[in-house]
Design a protein around this ligand. Structure first.
Ligand code: NAD
Ligand code: WQD
Length: 339
């Protein structure tokens, strides 16, 4: 298949591009590079040896998307990873989040209808489950749009838009992938997570403490009802996550489906820090801080539906993720700006 990756220069997009090429697909990327670098796409080309055309444009720009797709026709599918993803920022700038995340999704659906592209795989998030009523989370677990933050609401609303679009067009194949916590990097050390400014997420924060660009990691609460009192999450290696996109694309059927992509194994903040210390051989100074507003105690999935329907399962551990994240961070201490 020839696949348009919207947001393909980003963290998950670049890994997905590699997985697609390795599975025999052709990839084109549209990305406005607002949270990424063209260097990531150049590194994808370096890893795979394939040419990956990059259009630097806003995914809300249907005209630009149309011209790009026609230039590379026929395009068979879209993987839509483009958008804004910082939870705190979404509370401060809700209109921008609704505009970019919903606007890009609507533009892509209009493009697909006009150009006869039948398949879309969308980056949703475990955040749509909000505060879990019970664990592990299955695709049938309750979700709502009464979520704590606009970011999560955009994901939930886009899921509903895809469901409605698939109900209205029997040829459409639409899949939402609810990612749990993506971590790690490609084993080449050439691509990885490169957040701008101070990272919001635990793994890139810990990686920067290990490499020496940040002093210590704050542990947001050690009084949760979890085995060691710190928050538990389902950390999924980004290369496993990328493979999940290939499986979803290849197995998608007419209609709409949702899949959790996670490992099913909860890992606490302190366990992740310990794993990173083992992987890096560095001590990671930490300090217990109050809970972060909006955090849940624990979130992990039942990945059984993806295994049954897509034949996909995560194979990499938190130790693998820490090793690969450390390899990426130590080889690229300033991310893509290192070159
Ligand atoms: P990322 O920021 O690295 O990738 C998103 C990409 O989209 C970036 O390259 C950015 O430049 C691009 N982009 C943003 N606005 C755009 C626009 N208007 N037009 C074109 N490109 C635009 O983030 P990521 O971690 O790779 O996340 C990819 C997707 O997965 C996002 O939709 C995110 O919400 C979702 N997701 C991420 C996580 C996570 O923890 N990383 C978890 C669940 C879901
Ligand atoms: C993990 C654990 C924190 C940072 C977020 C979004 C979610 C999804 C993934 C996109 C928690 C603790 C963190 C730190 C810490 N993104 N922590 N010190 O919050 O599970 O999910 O990213 O869809 O929507 O909400 O991930 O990595 O921020 O936190 O102690 O400096 O680490 O409290 O227990 P989270 P995270």
């Amino acid at each position: 298949m020839r696949v348009l990756l919207a947001g393909g220069a980003g963290y998950i997009g670049a890994h997905t591009a590699v997985a697609l090429v390795e599975a025999g697909h052709d990839v084109l990327v549209v990305d406005d590079l607002s949270n990424s670098s063209a260097e990531a796409v150049a590194r994808v080309e370096q890893i795979t040896g394939a040419a990956v055309p990059l259009l630097s444009a806003d995914a809300r720009d249907v005209e630009a998307l149309t011209a790009f797709v026609r230039e590379h026709a026929p395009v068979d599918a879209v993987i839509h990873l483009a958008g804004l993803k910082a939870v705190g920022e979404s509370v401060a700038e809700p209109v921008r989040y609704y505009d970019v995340n919903l606007g890009s999704s609507l533009a892509i659906l209009k493009l697909m209808a006009a150009e006869g592209i039948p398949t879309i795989v969308f980056s949703s998030s475990a955040t749509v489950y909000g505060e879990p009523e019970s664990l592990p989370l299955s695709e049938e677990s309750p979700t709502g749009i009464d979520l704590a933050n606009p970011y999560g609401k955009t994901k939930r609303i886009i899921e509903e838009i895809l469901k409605d679009a698939a109900a209205a067009d029997p040829r459409l194949r639409a899949v939402s992938l609810r990612y749990f916590n993506p971590v790690g990097a490609h084993s080449s050390g050439l691509i990885g997570e490169d957040p701008t400014g101070i990272p919001n997420n635990l793994m890139p924060y810990v990686a920067r403490v290990a490499v020496g660009t940040l002093d210590r990691v704050g542990v947001f609460g050690d009084d949760y009802d979890t085995p060691d009192g710190t928050g538990q999450r389902d950390y999924i290696h980004v290369v496993d996550l990328a493979a999940g996109h290939v499986a979803a694309l290849e197995r998608a059927r007419e209609g709409y489906e949702v899949y959790n992509l996670g490992t099913g194994t909860p890992v606490s903040v302190l366990e992740l820090i310990a794993a990173f210390e083992r992987a890096s051989g560095k001590q990671i100074p930490r300090e217990i801080l109050p809970r972060r507003a909006g955090d849940v105690a624990a979130s992990y999935c039942d990945p059984g539906k993806a295994e049954r329907d897509l034949g996909w399962t995560a194979t990499r551990t938190i130790d693998d993720a820490c090793r690969d994240s450390w390899d990426w961070q130590s080889k690229n201490p300033n991310g893509y700006a290192t070159v």
